[in-house]
Design a protein around this ligand. Structure first.
Ligand code: HPA
Length: 277
């Protein structure tokens, strides 16, 4: 059992990769699956994909796995699931995301990604619910992430760790996703610290910097995934148009509702993409 007070990642001499190896061992023991091939982090609106990609062999409460925090929010299910696809691939579905805005530090934010890598995953699929900066997009629309702007002023990399991020959101994986849904648009994800939504001026700043999507997750996770040698596929559900683009105020309730409404369609899409990976 891991709680806020005794998370091994918070020990002063903790090695985050050792904790990830312990977590992977917990998952192997509790699922009976030695090695997972693909990992998925399911954000707002994407949760039902887990039911569609194959047969669930084990559902593990995140609190049983070393280093995982309790979920901060309703709608972020705190479990890990081991699923076997019809093709025989083992997929680790992470329904327990720690957000940067929770204030537990970036090690906790990227622990699930490092655990997925330690569990053997070569592909990391990161999904989220986010705001759309482009007026042509509509709430309920899924978009591929093509690149990111990390505006958190933080990094999961510690020390002199120089990692290339040129093809961070793998072109190969985006191409595979488009064989399933050719109409998928793509854009640059901009991670803000949150938990407040952006001001309209910040949304305009993101737009001028080349951002198309605004959100509070994913960029830091993607960096850690690449550090761990994984190939990354990123997908955002546009739950709302970003502040000032949308003329009405933003609310968390609206974001959750948009996620729920889009969930059947985008979850089925994600399941088909995973099948093609
Ligand atoms: N901004 C940041 N995060 C979000 C948004 C948004 O507009 N919508 C859903 N998550």
């Amino acid at each position: 059992m891991t709680d806020t007070l005794s998370n091994p990642l918070d020990a002063s001499n903790a090695d985050p990769f050792e904790v990830a190896a312990l977590a992977a061992a917990d998952i192997a023991r509790l699922s009976g699956v030695e090695k997972h091939d693909i990992a998925l982090t399911l954000g707002s609106g994407w949760g039902k994909a887990a039911d569609l990609i194959g047969e669930t062999g084990a559902t593990i409460p995140a609190t049983e796995v070393a280093g995982f925090s309790k979920p901060a929010l309703e709608g972020h299910v705190g479990t890990l699931r081991s699923i076997r696809t019809p093709d025989g691939a083992n997929v680790l579905v992470i329904g327990a995301r720690t957000h940067y805005y929770e204030g537990h530090g970036v090690r906790r934010v990227v622990h699930s990604v490092r655990t997925a890598a330690a569990a053997g995953a070569k592909i990391m699929v990161l999904t989220n619910g986010a705001g759309g900066v482009r007026e042509t997009w509509s709430p309920g629309q899924p978009v591929l992430i093509s690149d990111h702007l990390n505006l958190t002023a933080d990094s999961p990399l510690e020390g002199a760790t120089f990692v290339d991020l040129t093809d961070l959101y793998s072109q190969r994986l985006r191409d595979i996703a488009r064989t399933i849904e050719p109409s998928l648009d793509e854009g640059v994800y901009t991670q803000f610290r949150g938990p407040h939504y952006e001001t309209p001026a910040e949304v305009q700043m993101a737009r001028r910097l080349g951002g198309d999507i605004v959100g509070m997750s994913t960029a830091l996770e993607a960096i850690a995934a690449r550090e761990a040698g994984m190939e990354v596929l990123g997908l955002s559900l546009i739950t709302n148009l970003a502040a000032g683009i949308q003329k009405t105020p933003l609310s968390h309730g609206e974001v959750i509702e948009a996620g729920k409404a889009a969930e059947p369609v985008i979850s089925a899409l994600l399941a088909r993409i995973v099948e093609a990976l």
